[in-house]
Design a protein around this ligand. Structure first.
Ligand SMILES: Cc1cc2nc3c(=O)[nH]c(=O)nc-3n(C[C@H](O)[C@H](O)[C@H](O)COP(=O)(O)OP(=O)(O)OC[C@H]3O[C@@H](n4cnc5c(N)ncnc54)[C@H](O)[C@@H]3O)c2cc1C
Length: 227
């Protein structure tokens, strides 16, 4: 599967929805994410999607407005739902280069398929509550943040790439780096590389020197709403 995936470039398509007149909690959502499979064989799912077949896609659902008590994440009374799936970078890139209209059509076609599934399996009449809809793809990541090949989590997480990652220091004098590719993808992984580099450069180890047990015991005090 890895060899096949290397021929394709696994990437993401994400639909950001601003919703009104709905409380997602009533539909089973909360401070967690949902990984929904339309079929049990995940390798089959990835293979189909990377070949452009979205009949039984994987659907990732996240509700940022339910992950925090901070009300500034959305306008009053509104909630956010993110719906994501796997796409092949090259398919969208080729379409975009050939015709922006074709690219937009394909992007919307995949997004609508995802919304069909969300309506069937999670939120009937979801579309009636959509006030804002923004669809991003691998090429959006490339166009707006110059992410090479539209990556979302830095360099591919294949074993060889993980083994040979450059951490804070590089072969170039006075050139340091911290990002998803130097450590682990995602906000946590990226932030961690920044903290490590800070400690490495300054010697200031600002993380509290406490045991896991002490840290766990302190958590409810710091994050009372999460427990
Ligand atoms: C749609 C999407 C959803 C995601 N959801 C989550 C999530 O829910 N949880 C999670 O943990 N992670 C998530 N991630 C992953 C997470 O956002 C990334 O792993 C993280 O932001 C990577 O940080 P970074 O600093 O390495 O790169 P980036 O955040 O991409 O920062 C790189 C910066 O460098 C700039 N840049 C690029 N080239 C140049 C240049 N030549 N000169 C100057 N500036 C340049 C870019 O504009 C950009 O601002 C998501 C990613 C995407 C795309």
């Amino acid at each position: 599967m890895i060899a096949e995936a290397r021929k394709m470039l696994s990437d993401g398509l994400i639909v950001y929805l601003g919703l009104k007149d709905i409380d997602l909690r009533k539909y089973g959502f909360g401070s967690f994410n949902i990984w929904h499979q339309e079929q049990w064989n995940m390798n089959k799912t990835w293979k189909e999607q990377l070949a452009g077949n979205f009949d039984h896609p994987w659907v990732f659902l996240s509700t940022p407005t339910l992950h925090t008590k901070d009300t500034s994440t959305a306008p009053t009374g509104r909630q956010i739902l993110e719906v994501e799936t796997l796409v092949d970078y090259q398919e969208l890139k080729t379409l975009q280069e050939r015709s922006y209209t074709e690219y937009l059509k394909r992007k919307h076609q995949i997004a609508e398929k995802l919304l069909d599934i969300v309506e069937q399996k999670f939120i009937p009449n979801l579309r009636q509550h959509i006030e804002l809809k923004v669809i991003g793809t691998a090429t959006t990541n490339e166009d707006f943040v110059m992410a090479p090949k539209g990556n979302a989590y830095g360099a591919a997480l294949w074993p060889n790439y993980l083994k040979s990652r450059l951490h804070g220091t590089t072969p170039f004098a006075n050139f340091f780096w911290c990002n998803a590719t130097s450590g682990w993808g995602g906000v946590y992984g990226t932030t961690n590389t920044g903290m490590s580099l800070y400690t490495q450069l300054t010697g200031d180890d600002f993380c509290p020197d406490i045991t896991d047990e002490q840290l766990i015991a302190e958590l409810p005090t710091h994050y009372p709403d999460q427990f």
